[in-house]
Design a protein. Structure first.
Length: 198
């Protein structure tokens, strides 16, 4: 499979990259947290398009950690954006399993092998790297993952392999979401053109 599709949006958000000065990953998250050490649900909704009831449902199911004093920290927001970026192409319980495979229980930091904000940053950097390639193949995805995670240090034995496996699934799934969006746009154009001609 060889594809090359550009993504104009910051992963997991409804914001165009150019609206945030071309930033993604940890740089984008730091912009969100520039003024305060926590963001409100309304800010998450504005950035991601996730409504309050959806986020409450995710929290109730144990997929997202409860906010503290109605504010979400940088790792919680990154966690939410990762779920949001995958939900159009992957079942929510499978996304939850994948994140648990990486970091264990959502409300227990002691079993984490990577901070959610760093994980989100890795994902964004891998996607940014792949968008510079002429074509995207499984080989180029693995190459980009190896390059971007070269600074990762294992906290427990086998952590790097777990991280690499999960990142490959996340990136391939995200590409599937991009392809679906591209296909949906093509179909919408075809539909509009046919309706105009009728």
């Amino acid at each position: 499979m060889n594809l090359q599709i550009k993504d104009d949006f910051i992963p997991g958000t409804k914001l165009l990259r150019e609206e945030a000065g071309g930033t993604t990953g940890i740089e984008f998250l730091k912009k969100m947290f520039f003024i305060s050490n926590g963001v409100m649900l309304s800010q998450i909704r504005d950035v991601s398009g996730i409504d309050g009831s959806t986020l409450q449902n995710w929290t109730k199911r144990g997929w997202v950690e409860n906010s503290k004093l109605k504010k979400y920290n940088i790792n919680q927001v990154a966690h939410i954006l990762i779920i949001n970026m995958l939900r159009s192409c992957m079942q929510l319980d499978k996304i939850a399993f994948l994140i648990q495979y990486i970091n264990g229980k959502v409300d227990d930091r002691s079993d984490d092998i990577i901070e959610d904000s760093v994980l989100y940053d890795y994902i964004c950097k891998i996607l940014d790297t792949l968008m510079t390639y002429e074509v995207c193949s499984l080989g180029s995805i693995r190459e980009a993952i190896a390059k971007i995670t070269s600074d990762y240090h294992e906290t427990v034995k086998g952590a790097k392999e777990r991280l690499t496996n999960a990142l490959e699934i996340i990136v391939v799934a995200y590409y599937a979401a991009l392809i679906k969006r591209y296909s949906d746009n093509m179909l919408e154009d075809l539909y509009s053109n046919c309706a105009t001609e009728a």
